[in-house]
Design a protein around this ligand. Structure first.
Ligand code: HEM
Ligand code: HEM
Length: 227
């Protein structure tokens, strides 16, 4: 195992140790939230499910959104640093591109932080869009393995989509609560059920990708911090 191999493992390890358990808890509270709402709406108007489940779902949902975007940024950072910035000696050959990439990481993280702080609908829309655009721009950089020819089994495309769905969930929290017609609630359920399927897919395609990267032999002369 080279140092680069170990660094590749940071993203999968964070996904396994932190993100997947969180997905389990968030989905468990999501189910309880729905059951409670339907039971209260039914004829006997009572439910034994704690009234706090909705709040717990949202609180942990916020953690989930941040951690999914976080691990995507970790994966992109490693891929771009190792297979672009260092390999192509970007700071020497294309310094503007290297500075642009670093600025994009900063702006994407800042937009996510502002999205958590924004209350007004307009600002939530703006910061959600900026965070999403930042992720897509970073994902389009050289060094990121996208598997575009086989996009339907690509860890990259489904991971990006899942992250964008998490950002969208953050942006519409207030709409879910305000909207009496349940429109946004239904949109949320449909989109995040898709997100759940994508997360399950990430578990499979991610493990496959470790296997493939493990078999990858770096080109001669490619040295990562001398290791
Ligand atoms: C895999 C991820 C998720 C799934 C499957 C999911 C699913 C659900 C479901 C089934 C409900 C109950 C809807 C109903 O009342 O019928 C719900 C409610 C809600 N979800 Fe999610 N959700 C997920 C993640 C998130 C995230 C990341 C956020 C925000 C950061 C979020 C915010 C909300 C809000 C605000 C509600 C309303 C809660 C209430 O009524 O008190 N969800 N979600
Ligand atoms: C929440 C779930 C996950 C999401 C949203 C996600 C998303 C991503 C994204 C967007 C990339 C960048 C594309 C690339 O370089 O290939 C990536 C890379 C990668 N992912 Fe995941 N992933 C998730 C879970 C996992 C899991 C569970 C594993 C393995 C156990 C895994 C293994 C990898 C590997 C090995 C890479 C390549 C990293 C590199 O080149 O440095 N991922 N992931």
């Amino acid at each position: 195992m080279t140092l680069d191999n170990w660094l590749t493992l940071i993203h999968p390890a964070l996904a396994v140790i932190f993100v997947f358990p969180l997905i389990g808890i968030v989905v468990n509270f999501a189910w309880a939230t729905r059951q409670r709402r339907l039971q209260i709406k039914s004829e006997n108007k009572k439910s034994k499910i704690a009234p706090t489940v909705g709040k717990d779902h949202v609180q942990l949902g916020k953690w989930l959104s941040a951690s999914v975007v976080g691990i995507v940024l970790v994966a992109l950072a490693h891929a771009i640093i190792s297979k672009n910035i260092i390999k192509n000696e970007l700071f020497t050959n294309q310094p503007l591109q290297a500075i642009f990439i670093i600025l994009m990481f900063g702006l994407t993280i800042a937009s996510l932080v502002f999205l958590y702080k924004a209350r007004e609908k307009k600002w939530r829309g703006i910061f959600a869009t900026l965070t999403g655009v930042g992720l897509v721009i970073l994902g389009s950089q050289e060094g990121v393995f996208r598997r575009t020819a086989e996009w339907y089994i690509s860890h990259y495309y489904s991971g990006m989509l899942a992250a964008l769905l998490m950002i969208f969930s953050l942006a519409i929290i207030d709409e879910i609560y305000k909207d009496k017609s349940l429109f946004w609630r239904k949109v949320h359920i449909v989109l995040n059920s898709i997100a759940l399927l994508l997360f399950i897919g990430q578990g499979m395609t991610g493990v496959r990708d470790i296997f493939e990267i493990g078999l990858y032999t770096p080109p001669p002369g490619f040295i990562f911090f001398g290791l």
